[in-house]
Design a protein around this ligand. Structure first.
Ligand SMILES: [Zn+2]
Ligand SMILES: [Zn+2]
Length: 185
């Protein structure tokens, strides 16, 4: 029997969660980011040189650097607004307020604040419909198990784990329904 928890069972989980976050960005925001990227490039290479009386003396590399960093920054802001517009409602947070905060605070501080202060996701219990937070293992109303947890320390575990990462408990000795209840999406 293989006693070591397999590492390849973990990596897909991590990849999936990043992919899920990326999927949260709505198409209009991706389109907006591409458009603003192109627009800033246009400003830098077409509009800006035409307003100057003599050609810029900056080295080409430096101009490339400024053009790329400014357009990437603006594109990131647009993507962030798109992400917040989708993510905030799922967490019972004010979408408008957070979009304004992300836009107004300079240097992406608003986005950092958002990730620091954001609330857990809300979902409803598949069994009774009560609003539950993503960190809950059991529904407070009907005790429906919403995510897999260790039978000894009751911390969250992955359904593929053989041993609890917190207390080393052999998860295969827990009765199967307690371990293998699927998470609500
Ligand atoms: Zn319930
Ligand atoms: Zn445990």
């Amino acid at each position: 029997m293989n006693l070591l928890p397999s590492t390849d069972a973990r990596d897909p989980d991590a990849l999936f969660s990043i992919a899920d976050e990326v999927k949260m960005i709505p198409p209009w925001s991706v389109a907006g980011a591409c458009a603003s990227f192109a627009f800033i490039q246009y400003l830098f290479w077409v509009v800006l040189p035409s307003t100057r009386h003599h050609p810029s003396t900056d080295p080409l590399g430096l101009r490339f650097y400024f053009a790329l960093s400014w357009s990437a920054l603006v594109a990131l802001y647009v993507l962030m607004v798109g992400y917040v517009s989708r993510d905030a409602p799922q967490r019972n947070m004010s979408t408008r307020l957070w979009i304004v905060i992300c836009l107004v605070l300079p240097g992406g501080i608003g986005s950092v604040l958002y990730f620091l202060l954001r609330q857990p996701k809300i979902a409803s219990c598949p069994s009774c419909g009560t609003v539950i937070l993503s960190g809950f293992h059991f529904c407070p109303h009907c005790a429906h198990q919403s995510s897999a947890s260790c039978g000894r320390c009751y911390r969250g575990v992955r359904v593929t784990d053989l041993y609890c990462v917190n207390c080393g408990h052999d998860l295969t000795t827990d009765n199967t329904p307690a371990r293998l209840h699927a998470r609500p999406s």
